[in-house]
Write a protein that binds this ligand. Structure first.
Ligand code: ADP
Ligand code: MG
Length: 576
């Protein structure tokens, strides 16, 4: 093609190239095909959908539905780009009731694969059979077929070798397919689904309730493991389940947020929910939820990314806060009968009035450091209360370790003070640097050979920012003069010794030591091997008071429970 002489160098691309470019955005792998076909079947009001995949969908993907079907004209049009029956005007785009709206999926799929369509409307006697291959129509003929629609996609990316090669192994692609399947199986429990892979039936899901569907998809769960969530607010309705915190699902660690029955990734909302769940979880286990939001379509914009898995919300801030409160309440009421204030209410999150009444009134003076929080919010720092409320008289310490406190109508807290102390100590080094330090009345000493001296000399500045002031005395002794504020002075000697060990075998002399991780870890090993300390009541109360400022007041860094709420029900059970 000579371009140097021509007057017109800009050309309008032929339709089949445009379609391939569009396909590049939406069709990345077999799972993207499956997703689009499933969404179309749902939009066609199917009550039964069957799926067959072969070789992870790389060889074949077939979706059959009993939906409304298409007329012969529509059957031909559906492969055109921007051909859709779902929106007619811009206004429709902001009142979407369907999953699809771009009219691009079938055109894109047909541009990069071999596609066979059988479709018939329930009122028609005869259906339509069309074959498309890599952007061209190969066949159109009348056919006898069931009402509804079948699409069969084979030879995906055959004429795009690079794309074809970038497909993963069959198990990997299969996993992606299953993931897409779940994303429509959860929000449409009323639809009957069958799923076959390589002729093996993986799922048969009858029409179910949401709870039944979740249990059917996760046979290891029982109803008690699902904490129900339901709330109607002026801005949205939320329904769904949270997995009980002590439960984990080995096979699935994805969180499911749906907006108007569409799977959505919304980091802002999801981080909020994570914040609520985190204190309840052991170690690294993630929260797991299936949350379905119903929001008026004109307050949601789905037209953000081609995959339609992101959304912009007009009332994002409000929805986030309300959702966090709702979560809080559901978790609190179900999990060990915990009163809601036991969980951290992040700043700016309020609880509903109904809940406030359900919780026995406490003489809630807001703690001084939260003084700036908005009036009317639930006081979030329960452990700051005893001082103001004079609850000391009602606190008991058993064996110098277990503190029973804050007893009220519905129960009392039992705190393992030794573990609380571990959590607090562990977090001292996680604060923002430079850490304030406290001088040691009796500095601690460590004899040191030259390599250790050299290591400490190079660490000196870094350690100072963590509240650890080091002196290298006469080239053969290390003296530790300060500890970060809040750390017990009893830990000075073991900590210096641990640092001494580290200096003898520095992991890599050239790389700087990641103190952020190393110091908490050293401290943690010290505390784990330390015999439990006995505490006085005053110490126990002060530790308990500071516990709420930690990132997780419920578990130690290695996942041991720190406190539990001894509820009235538990006592009743205990006494039979
Ligand atoms: P969109 O879903 O965005 O409208 P598609 O390319 O996915 O675009 O589909 C184009 C049109 O084809 C749809 O608007 C619909 O009218 C029709 N269609 C596709 N799949 C089906 C189906 N399974 N049953 C009935 N009609 C369908
Ligand atoms: Mg579609």
């Amino acid at each position: 093609m000579s371009i140097s002489t021509a007057e017109q160098r800009i050309r309008i691309l032929p339709e089949n190239i445009i379609n391939q470019i569009a396909a590049g955005e939406v069709i990345l792998r077999p799972a993207s095909v499956l997703k689009e076909l499933l969404e179309n079947s749902i939009d066609a009001q199917a009550s039964q959908i069957s799926i067959w995949t072969e070789d992870g969908g790389k060889a074949r993907i077939q979706v059959t539905d009993d939906g409304v079907g298409m007329s012969p004209i529509d059957a031909e049009l559906c492969f055109e780009r921007h051909a859709t029956s779902k929106i007619a005007s811009l206004r429709d785009l902001y009142s979407l009731q369907t999953k699809g709206f771009r009219g691009e999926a079938l055109a894109s799929i047909a541009a990069v694969a071999h596609v066979e369509l059988f479709t018939r409307r329930h009122t028609d006697e005869i259906g339509t059979h069309i074959i498309m291959a890599f952007g061209e129509r190969r066949l159109k003929e009348p056919v006898r077929c069931n009402p509804g629609t079948t699409l069969i996609v084979t030879q995906l990316f055959r004429q795009l070798p690079v794309r074809r090669k970038s497909l993963r192994t069959t198990p990997t692609e299969h996993r992606h397919n299953l993931q897409e399947f779940l994303r429509v199986a959860y929000p449409h429990p009323e639809i009957v689904y069958q799923y076959y892979h390589d002729d093996e039936r993986l799922y048969y899901l009858p029409a179910q309730t949401l709870q039944e569907r979740l249990l059917a998809l996760h046979p290891t769960l029982s109803p008690a493991d699902l904490i129900p969530i339901y709330e109607e607010t002026p801005l949205f309705t939320v329904e769904g389940y949270l997995l009980a915190p002590e439960k984990t699902l080995p096979d699935n660690r994805e969180n499911y947020l749906f907006i108007n029955r569409r799977f959505i990734r919304h980091p802002t909302l999801q981080q909020g929910l994570w914040q609520v769940c985190k204190p309840l979880l052991r170690g690294e286990a993630r929260p797991l939820y299936w949350i379905f939001l119903k929001i008026p379509p004109n307050e949601v914009d789905i037209n953000v990314v081609p995959s339609k898995t992101e959304a912009r919300l007009i009332h994002e801030v409000e929805i986030r806060q309300m959702l966090m409160s709702i979560f809080q309440k559901a978790v609190a009421q179900t999990y060990l009968g915990l009163p809601p204030e036991a969980l951290h209410l992040p700043e700016g999150v309020s609880l509903g009035g109904e809940l406030l009444r359900a919780v026995p009134a406490s003489p809630a003076a807001p703690s001084p450091d939260r003084g700036s929080s908005t009036p009317g919010l639930f006081p979030s720092d329960r452990w700051a209360e005893p001082r103001h409320a004079g609850i000391e008289s009602q606190a008991f310490l058993i064996g110098g370790r277990y503190l029973i406190t804050a007893a009220h109508e519905n129960g009392a807290w039992v705190i393992d003070v030794w573990r609380a102390y571990q959590r607090l100590s562990y977090e001292v080094f996680l604060q923002k640097r430079p850490l304030p330090s406290q001088g040691l009345l009796f500095p601690v000493h460590l004899p040191a050979p030259p390599p250790v001296v050299a290591a400490f000399t190079s660490w000196k500045d870094a350690l100072t920012s963590y509240g650890l002031t080091i002196e290298v005395r006469e080239g053969r002794e290390i003296v530790l003069h300060t500890l970060p504020a809040g750390l017990s002075t009893a830990l000075a000697q073991p900590l210096l010794e641990k640092l001494g060990h580290l200096a003898q075998e520095p992991p890599d002399l050239t790389a700087p030591i990641p103190w952020d991780e190393t110091l908490p870890r050293l401290l943690h090993t010290i505390l784990q091997t330390h015999p439990p300390r006995r505490f006085t009541l005053q110490e126990a109360l002060s530790i308990t008071e500071r516990l709420t400022s930690t990132s997780n007041p419920n578990y130690t860094p290695d996942g041991q429970p720190i406190r539990l709420f001894l509820s009235r029900e538990m006592l009743e059970n205990l006494f039979g």
